[in-house]
Ligand binder design. Structure first.
Ligand code: PLP
Length: 401
């Protein structure tokens, strides 16, 4: 299989190159909190290092962390998992990879609702599976409906991936929406559910993350919850994720980890206990900042003729619809035919680095991360507005009409 490099990692490299050449770039590609890891977590890691916590751990992760995760799942989601049904690894991404490696046979289908996190289809394909992309447009809030789920399921469907809150749209499945999707899933016992809840704590307007097993425990035997420390605790570089699910599935993943990475970083695991059990204030502080930036970026984008952006309910990305700009012409008469053309134009003309929606399975949209400073947002959006104003929109001869 020909593996595509991760679109977000490629974009990050391009921005780094341009910055290294001295160019001021408004970077909206960032897929991680711009905050440093909270001090109490850093202190816990340093203390662990000093105490000699520098050795291999068991492949499932240390028991005290798995107990902390078990408590966290009960506290935050109302679901009960024994530590033997929990595995810790070097990131949620690795866990998704190992989960598919452990369970997919060649030709098995995995339903991937689009817009999707860029890595899902490639991880499925790398493990011999067939990603079945189901488009979910703005008319359904970028969410899978019972009808679209039912229509996508075949005899060969092995998994459905849900990501709520979603990267890139911020969409969240409500209790009611889960209930109706679960009705469909219960009629198809061959289908398992992967629920990627990595943005669980990055959530606005009093919304609450709902995990499907809490909605209907009948799903427990075929649902795996994936989560991690990266986004909630600004711990992306620590590489720590966790998964909870049926014991036989989790133990198969543990076996694979034992023959691949051995274990996640020992002192990072110890520090993760502090993250989960210590003060949760830092999450609230980060959320306050994201909330302000969310309004700032969405309002700014909606003021630009030709762009329309819904308010995301979670995560830290704006996902504006730019379809009205497609077909427009630049000053040198080149045509902006795709979101990728628009991304290139905005990088050149506005020094704004943005991800195109096609990478997420949704052409005609852009993804702008607001895990960046308010200054970058205000100056960057202004630069984008000026660049868009120079375009001749389709059907007009007037700039910015
Ligand atoms: C939806 C989603 N899942 C998983 C991950 C990976 O998380 P981790 O850093 O734990 O590997 C990301 C990171 O961007 C993500 O956006």
């Amino acid at each position: 299989m020909k593996l595509k490099p991760s679109a977000s990692i490629t974009a990050m490299q391009r921005v780094t190159e341009l910055k290294a050449k001295g160019r001021r770039i408004y970077d909206f590609c960032v897929g991680e909190p711009d905050f440093s890891t909270p001090g109490n977590i850093v202190d816990a890691a340093i203390a662990a290092l000093r105490a000699g916590d520098t050795h291999y751990t068991g492949s499932a992760g240390i028991l005290s962390l798995r107990k902390a995760i078990s408590n966290k799942l009960l506290r935050d989601s109302g679901v009960t998992y024994d530590p033997s049904e929990i595995v810790v690894a070097s990131g949620a991404k690795l866990l998704i990879y190992e989960l598919f490696s452990a369970t997919l046979e060649a030709g098995d289908e995995v339903i991937v609702p689009a817009p999707f996190w860029v890595s899902y289809p490639d991880i499925v394909a790398l493990n011999g599976g067939v990603p079945v992309v189901v488009p979910c447009g703005p008319e359904t809030g970028f969410k899978l409906t019972p009808a679209s789920l039912e229509a996508a399921i075949t005899e060969k469907t092995r998994w459905v991936i849900f990501n709520s809150p979603s990267n890139p749209t911020g969409a969240i499945y409500s209790h009611q929406e889960w209930s109706s999707l679960i009705e469909v899933l219960l009629a198809h016992p061959q289908v398992s559910v992967l629920t990627d809840e990595i943005y669980e704590h990055v959530i606005y307007d009093g919304a609450k993350n709902v995990t499907p097993v809490a909605v209907d425990p009948r799903l427990r035997e075929r649902c795996v919850i994936v989560n991690g420390m990266s986004k909630a605790y600004a711990m992306t570089g620590w590489r720590l994720g966790f998964a909870a699910g049926p014991r036989h599935v989790i133990q198969a993943v543990v076996k694979l980890l034992g023959q691949s990475t051995t274990c996640a970083c020992s002192f990072a695991q110890t520090a993760a206990i502090e993250a989960l059990e210590g003060s949760q204030e830092p999450i609230a502080d980060m959320l306050e900042s994201y909330k302000k930036r969310r309004t700032q970026i969405v309002d700014g984008l909606n003021r630009i003729e030709g762009i329309s952006c819904a308010m995301p309910q979670g995560a830290f990305y704006a996902f504006p619809d730019v379809r009205r700009l497609l077909g427009s012409q630049t000053q040198d008469d080149s045509v902006i035919s795709t979101d990728a053309d628009l991304v290139s134009y905005l990088l050149e003309e506005a020094s704004a680095a943005i991800m195109g929606g096609a990478s997420y399975g949704s052409p005609g949209f852009l993804r702008l991360s607001f895990a960046t400073s308010e200054t970058t947002i205000s100056e960057g959006i202004e630069a984008i507005a000026q660049a868009v104003a120079k375009l001749r929109l389709p059907g007009t001869n007037i700039e910015g009409a």
